[in-house]
Design a protein around this ligand. Structure first.
Ligand SMILES: Cc1cc2nc3c(=O)[nH]c(=O)nc-3n(C[C@H](O)[C@H](O)[C@H](O)COP(=O)(O)OP(=O)(O)OC[C@H]3O[C@@H](n4cnc5c(N)ncnc54)[C@H](O)[C@@H]3O)c2cc1C
Length: 404
């Protein structure tokens, strides 16, 4: 097994995240699994703490935000372990505590990653401290995000947004939503831009909240935009429609967010592995790292196989995040990490339920919940199949028109 050391400067952050996960998220895990749609008030205190850390400069990527590529990283300055790596490491710890609660953490939304990735300096300053969800999915467009129907039309100094977004994580609780809309449907993917729409903007209405299989602590909203006017300065990045660049601008967000979702998968599956290991040991199963897995009991062999699968996902995730920190193109690696980690977490958490038998299936412990929570990590930010398609296209050098 390869044992990677956590970079020294990130050790304090990881340890803090673990303490929070152990003392705040885990103890409230079942409570908000039962009380779907109830706001987890305990997180407000945590947000205040994270704000304090950010202001003091002591925190670097304590949640799903802060994944902007560092300007000072470059070949001439040596390798860098930066914000992307810190984010995946701390998110993994937090999701060891609870994925749904991590997704409900104020100011740590996936929209924050979009802002961090695409916003200009002025926007970064203006949207500092804003908790942002991300709205891409529509009733007629999920995996095929190039098919977005929501429109944004420039009228004077404002864009007028019309359309419907579904399954928006933190869509009700967040302070703002980063909405993907097209400036001109006839120009295809290149015309898709993202806009920050603040909560309370007239014309933006939360229609309903979903009831879900897992991550019940996280609110998932349907939001309607009807002649919703936002200042033209809220378009993230450049308003130019560069048909040569195509979708690349908007898609850059995913290079940063996919490793984060992969790290969520690592966290929840590690929780399941640790508990399963304890349960197996209590049942007298010996897991021996010095003997071939297949020479051991079936339970031990299964466990070792799951750990190896986890380790592979872990390494891919670290690689994708590290590449982002070092300004290396990481689209392929981000998709590889997301595909591997999403599949691994779904398999591992369900197999842990199986290995633990009745204890695994009952609500007495959290194994059944982790199996439910992990499925979404194989779906949002691009499904398993879509990640595989992206990786295949890149390896084979095919365009999206050639391989679909
Ligand atoms: C709890 C939850 C939270 C979410 N949060 C957000 C959010 O915050 N923001 C947001 O914008 N969206 C969010 N989503 C939506 C999520 O990103 C989409 O569900 C996802 O992108 C898949 O889209 P779809 O559901 O329309 O499925 P579809 O695109 O209809 O796909 C259905 C199935 O077909 C497969 N498939 C599709 N195309 C291909 C292909 N070319 N080749 C092979 N297989 C294919 C898919 O992998 C999938 O298994 C959330 C969803 C859930 C359930």
């Amino acid at each position: 097994m390869i044992n990677l050391e956590t970079p020294k400067k990130q050790k304090a952050l990881i340890s803090q995240a673990h303490q929070v996960a152990m003392n705040l998220l885990r103890p409230n895990s079942r409570k908000y699994d039962k009380a779907e749609h109830e706001y987890p008030v305990e997180l407000d205190m945590l947000a205040a703490m994270i704000d304090g850390l950010s202001e003091s400069g002591a925190s670097e990527g304590a949640g799903a935000a802060g994944v902007r590529r560092s300007e000072d990283a470059g070949a001439d300055k040596g390798v860098k372990n930066g914000t992307n790596l810190a984010s995946v490491l701390s998110i993994q710890e937090m999701c060891w505590g609870d994925v749904g609660l991590l997704l409900s953490m104020p100011r740590q939304g996936l929209g924050n990653s979009a802002i961090a990735s695409v916003a200009n300096e002025e926007q970064l300053e203006r949207f500092k401290g804003v908790w942002a969800g991300m709205a891409i999915t529509e009733p007629g467009c999920g995996s095929d995000s190039a098919n977005i129907q929501t429109t944004a039309v420039l009228d004077g100094d404002e864009y007028v947004i019309n359309g419907e977004k579904i399954f928006v994580t933190a869509g009700d609780r967040a302070d703002a939503i980063v909405v993907w809309a097209t400036l001109d449907k006839s120009l295809g993917r290149a015309a898709i831009k993202s806009f920050v729409v603040r909560k309370g903007t007239p014309g933006m209405t939360v229609e309903r909240l979903e009831h879900k299989l897992g991550i019940k602590a996280s609110d998932t909203a349907t939001i309607r935009f009807e002649d919703c006017r936002v200042p033209k300065e809220n378009l993230l990045g450049s308003p130019e429609i560069d048909t040569k660049q195509g979708f690349a601008g908007a898609m850059a967000t995913f290079d940063n967010t996919r490793p984060l979702v992969a790290s969520m998968a690592l966290g929840v599956s590690r929780a399941a592995l640790e508990l399963t290991r304890d349960l197996l040991e209590q049942a007298g199963v010996v897991i021996d790292y010095d003997r071939p897995a297949l020479a051991q009991s079936a339970a031990a062999a299964t466990y070792l196989q799951m750990e190896a699968d986890w380790e592979a996902a872990h390494l891919l995730t670290l690689q994708a995040a590290w590449m982002a920190d070092n300004r290396k193109a990481n689209s392929t690696e981000a998709s590889m990490a997301k595909a591997k980690a999403g599949r691994m977490a779904t398999d591992v958490t369900l197999r842990c339920v199986e290995l633990a038998g009745t204890v695994g299936y009952s609500e007495q412990d959290l194994l059944e919940k982790w199996a439910r929570d992990s499925k979404i990590l194989d779906i949002f930010e691009g499904t398993q199949q879509i990640q595989q398609l992206i990786v295949a296209r890149r390896i084979l050098g095919k365009t999206s028109a050639e391989l679909k």
